[in-house]
Design a protein. Sequence first.
Length: 409
Amino acid sequence: MKKLLGITLGILTAIGGFVDIGDLVTNALVGARFGMHLAWVVLVGVLGICLYAEMCGRIVAMSGRPVFDLIRERLGPRTGLLTLVASFLVTLLTLIAEIGGVALAFALASGVSYLLWMPLAAFAVWLVIWRVKFSRLEQVFGLLGLLLVVFAVALFKLGPDWGQLLQQATRPHPIGHENWATYAYYGIALFGAAMTPYEVFFFSSGGVEEKWTRRDLTTSRANVFIGFPLGGLLSLAIMGCAAVLFLPAGIQVGTLGQVTLPVAVALGKLGLAIVLIGVFAATFGAALETALSCGYTIAQYRGWQWGKLVRPKEASRFHVVMIVCLLLAVLTLLTGVDPVKVTEYSVVFAAMALPLTYLPILIVANDPDYVGREINGPVRNALGLVYLALLIIASAAAIPLMIVTKAGQ
């Protein structure tokens, strides 16, 4: 049972990484506009995040240190600072969206404007980080996020033409009036969302919080190869629901309420209640991840005390960073900016930062001073280089495609 509960770190990371507020809307939007013709991107993203997260888990288990700490030591302060700035800004942008996502989930359930819920959402995130143990945090929100499996149930209940969905998934091309530029833009957005930088930093720091050693390599890999594919399957279920309900009617998706509509249509009020709890757990879990990741990255780069295993007064700067980031998130959202749009932009900007995040991980995973005999083999390195090339292409194409397509319009 202890080992089974240990897998919840991967579940929390995967739910927060694949099914946060931006991914909920983006996957539904893509399903409504392209059907399942972009499903292959989710699969490519799952394989990529599994590849690099396994490296991170192995590095932590063998060295007992988080990846970002080793990046600064191995590559020097300048390269570490470049990685820090890129990943931190993307993570902060994602945190802003996740706080908005939690507020939107409360607004859907209560009918009260999400603007009124945002300060409470940020306060709740801080309170959980301050008072709840890390193991309890990952167990509760990781497992509650599994309620989003209701999207898969709803997909079956909607009675789709499975042959048609499979045909769409195996034919990667735009449909109808959509063009290749828009298709590529959303492909990069989905890819960036699957491999968002904060996922690997949160996962590796969580391994340190859990005190992983070489004996925990199996637990680490179970986290990766169960948690992340599960998040990918939930993403495909959301995309499939939108493809079945919205695509034939020519309806585009742009709000969280529309995302949950297929579940309500298929399963009624009970399904709607379940999906709202799942959406809350997923967005709240992502808010916890991103807030912690903001603190982790800066504290590890600066060499400060950090983590939930350390008393707050002994890691005061770590907690101050998170409080400042949460305040910035609330102040930004109170301007009236759309949190869904913030996340859609954040996943595209995340694509730009991906090479700076994953190249150092690949280098450290090949250094015997840190991982001993558990360095990457030729297959891992070959796949790592293939994905690094994809990351560079996605990074270079992200902004031009955003400009050409007017952010996918």
